[in-house]
Design a protein around this ligand. Structure first.
Ligand code: FAD
Length: 368
């Protein structure tokens, strides 16, 4: 007997959406089960004071993948947002990523040669193999950039002193000897006009939905609704944590609505001193070039992750990776189940990489 749906899609995020779009185009029927009260996963935007607020962290789309860029641009219009964050160190404002504007503000120098010479001189403060993150960072960018723009921010993120953190955490700190404040090196970047919800809506068009529905609370019954299941949740929860829990790093967000039009003049300001408890302030209207009379800001606090918190960033250390592998072996043995996305793959994935990964699954699924 044919089941009611061709696919039961667990998770209404970007991965599930790209798969659903391709499935419905092929005349397949999809039921989407979503734990939360709305679609979009971490891309979801909540409208406050007419401003699309990036509810689960600031999201800037950037890619050099032509196929991915064409795909999303054929679905919705993107604006020309360019990420040019600022850093605030005890009230001193610096351009990010480290570039000639930063060096000019820091040292009053004007030419790339002067900047290179200054960094080279300061790198000499550490010789031999860097023993910890502090030494590694000084080796990469010198003492001034480290003290003002790396140290406090990194210590807040990890909740530990840079001297107590291993050197390998920072492999590269990009330094640019041009007056260019564009954070990303990718060929394309932007944000869908009005936020991400429009993109999500188009991706899931034609599907049926059940919200506030956790697949893992009634697996057999939900599996019985479709021929196949695409699962985009965490693997440890799928197997009732039988080998233990995968760990994550978390974030806490605190919103404030302000009765002024323009609070900080830019979407992202990093607070790089150790004393300010938050790491960033996001002013959402700048993602969308908003002109609303009020503004919404979000302070981001690094947070220890504990059971029940949102799993934001996977901790891809040896312990967690080998735990993940055990779960992955169980998943590989499943019949009629497909897997994908940042949670099921236990990887930090930018949006363009998630879309490319969904394309690969689509190809596998329909080229058989
Ligand atoms: C703080 C932060 C900032 C980011 N910023 C950027 C950025 O600037 N640029 C960029 O390119 N990328 C960014 N990313 C990455 C981006 O969020 C991901 O690439 C994208 O969201 C992954 O989509 P996904 O569908 O795999 O996962 P998700 O968006 O997490 O979607 C998975 C969905 O599945 C649901 N779900 C899980 N388990 C179950 C279950 N058992 N039953 C039912 N539903 C379930 C979840 O509720 C969720 O809605 C950022 C990520 C974070 C954490």
């Amino acid at each position: 007997m044919k089941k009611k749906y061709d696919y039961v899609i667990v998770g209404g995020g970007l991965f599930g959406g790209v798969f659903a779009w391709h499935a419905t185009r092929r005349g397949k029927t999809c039921l989407v089960l979503e734990k939360r009260g709305q679609l979009g996963g971490n891309l979801y935007c909540e409208e406050i004071e007419g401003i699309p607020v990036h509810r689960f962290g600031a999201h800037i789309f950037h890619t050099s993948d032509q196929k991915v860029w064409d795909f999303v641009n054929n679905l919705v219009e993107f604006n020309r947002f360019t990420n040019s964050p600022m850093a605030n160190y005890h009230g001193e404002m610096y351009n990010m990523p480290f570039n000639m504007n930063t060096f000019n503000r820091l040292w009053g120098i004007r030419t790339p040669a002067e900047a290179e010479a200054m960094i080279e001189k300061q790198r000499g403060a550490v010789d031999g193999e860097p023993a910890n993150l502090e030494e590694q960072a000084i080796r990469l960018v010198g003492t001034d950039l480290y003290q003002k723009l790396v140290k406090g921010y990194t210590e807040k993120q990890w909740g530990r002193d840079c001297r107590d953190l291993p050197a390998f955490i920072i492999r590269r700190l990009p330094v640019r000897f041009t007056y260019d404040n564009n954070y990303f090196n990718d060929k394309y970047q932007g944000i869908p006009v009005g936020g991400y919800n429009g993109l999500i809506k188009v991706l899931f068009e034609g599907c049926d939905f059940r919200f506030e529905t956790d697949f893992n609370e009634n697996r057999e019954a939900y599996r019985a609704l479709g021929d196949k299941v695409l699962y985009t949740g965490t693997l440890d929860s799928l197997y009732d944590y039988r080998f233990g829990r995968l760990e994550y790093r978390s974030l806490r967000f605190e919103d404030e609505v302000l009765d002024e039009e323009n609070y900080q003049g830019v979407a992202v300001v990093n607070y790089t001193d150790r004393e300010t408890p938050f790491t960033r302030i996001i002013e959402h209207k700048h993602f969308d070039f908003g002109k609303q009379p009020k503004t919404v800001i979000t302070r981001e606090y690094p947070a220890e992750w504990k059971e029940g918190d949102e799993p934001y960033y996977p901790v891809n250390d040896e312990k967690n990776q080998s735990l993940y592998q055990k779960y992955q072996e169980l998943a590989e043995a499943e019949e009629g189940m497909l897997f994908g996305g940042r949670l099921a793959e236990y990887r930090y994935y930018d949006m363009d990489k998630v879309i490319a990964s969904a394309f690969r699954l689509v190809e596998k699924e329909w080229q058989k």
